[in-house]
Design a protein around this ligand. Sequence first.
Ligand code: C5P
Length: 231
Amino acid sequence: MQYDYNKVIIALDTPNEQKALQTVRLLKNKVSIFKVGLELFCSQGPGIVKKINDEGCKVFLDLKFHDIPNTVVGAAKSALSTGAYMFNVHASGGREMMKNVRKAVDNIDVAEKPIILAVTVLTSLDDSDLVDLNIIKSSMDQVKSLAMMTKESGLDGVVASPREISAIREAVGKDFIIVTPGVRPTWAAAGDQKRITTPEEALDAGASYIVVGRPVTAAPDPVAAFDKLFE
Ligand code: C5P
């Protein structure tokens, strides 16, 4: 099967602007979306988004907003003014917050509508962590119900681990974006990622995009590593 490299988002997990931009320049003819997370954003500020846009690439701003509706709406507007194409909030911030973000983004006059995602349950939390939070559902049931709430609130999709993809697809149908980190080609080290699948397995299970970081960015030759993601 031929896999679509446009479905690959490269995570720029470094505090260093030069290193991030070097990765963008190496891969920009192959990748259209790069992920800027808390590490790079907190070290370089919103200017990094513009610099990546200036290279002709889109940015997934992975800052996982979680606050009262008014504050998240303001953060979303600021995120979009940086030029982000995709950003996310925590679904556990609530229905009202997600609906208000949807409304605010719809009222912004931009050429291309940004993609708004929600994080359901952080993959670092297991069922016993949920018990600590007084959540009596299993993490899979909690993921599914937060994914449904995300869809009902009008957002475009969720960030989900590979093992959650099929259950989410079943719950929310096919017109919903699922972005999946935690993928590893067979030749790459798992590092701290648990419950990994290969890029092919994640796409076959129904992921709309996969997020790949270290297997490409930490490789001695990132371009060669990118080219063999599906091998
Ligand atoms: O280097 P690696 O491929 O593990 O990078 C995966 C990226 O996806 C990192 O930026 C990580 O923070 C992010 N991520 C994740 N698992 C989640 C959510 C985000 O690995 N559940």
